[in-house]
Design a protein around this ligand. Structure first.
Ligand SMILES: [Zn+2]
Ligand SMILES: [Zn+2]
Length: 190
């Protein structure tokens, strides 16, 4: 989804953009497999506004995903709310001075864009068109939890036999887990 800056009127531009399952799958597993998979498509509500320094993009959506519980590997469905505000700055304005003519200055603006540090909520764009896809993909990844649990008190899998301890106990449970403590097994406490 590419938006042209010319489409943004005085009062801003509001869009409801579908996020297909294919788009979300790509976002969650393209660069690095996060282990999260989409359950259904979603809709991104996005508003773009022109400002003195560029364009402000505000977006919100809720993405339904599932992943494996970190302890027991059971499937865990999750609703991930996502909301973000990004300031899109034209590449040339990062140079901090505007005395240069904007025309025919592409080489210099590109160089400035690659050296200047941008703030976390700032993104550089060419000043004419905004490609929302990479911005949304990044925001989806940022919103993911580090790991998921099927429940806070998930007992996990037995480290020896692999039994899911939420479902049943196993025979290993009474044995000491740490081999350094194995000797204690023979000590009788009165
Ligand atoms: Zn679990
Ligand atoms: Zn076991």
């Amino acid at each position: 989804m590419v938006v042209s800056v010319d489409q943004i009127r005085e009062g801003g531009l509001s869009l409801d953009e579908p996020l297909s399952e294919a788009f979300l799958t790509h976002a969650l597993a393209d660069v690095k497999d996060t282990g999260f998979r989409p359950i259904s498509p979603a809709t991104l509500h996005v508003k773009l506004r022109k400002t003195a320094s560029g364009v402000v993009v505000q977006g919100s959506t809720e993405v339904a995903v599932h992943t494996a519980c970190r302890r027991c590997l059971d499937d865990v469905p999750l609703q991930i709310p996502i909301s973000f505000t990004l300031n899109l700055v034209p590449a040339r304005s990062l140079r901090g001075d505007d005395e240069e003519d904007a025309d025919g200055d592409d080489e210099q603006s590109e160089r400035a864009g690659s050296f200047e540090l941008t703030r976390a909520d700032e993104e550089v764009f060419d000043g004419k068109t905004i490609d929302l896809d990479p911005l949304v993909r990044e925001q989806v990844l940022l919103a993911l939890p580090m790991h998921a649990l099927c429940s806070e008190d998930c007992k996990g899998l037995c480290g020896r036999c692999g039994q899911n301890l939420n479902e049943a106990r196993c025979a290993c449970e009474t044995d000491p887990v740490d081999p350094r403590l194995a000797g204690l097994k023979n000590i009788k406490l009165n």
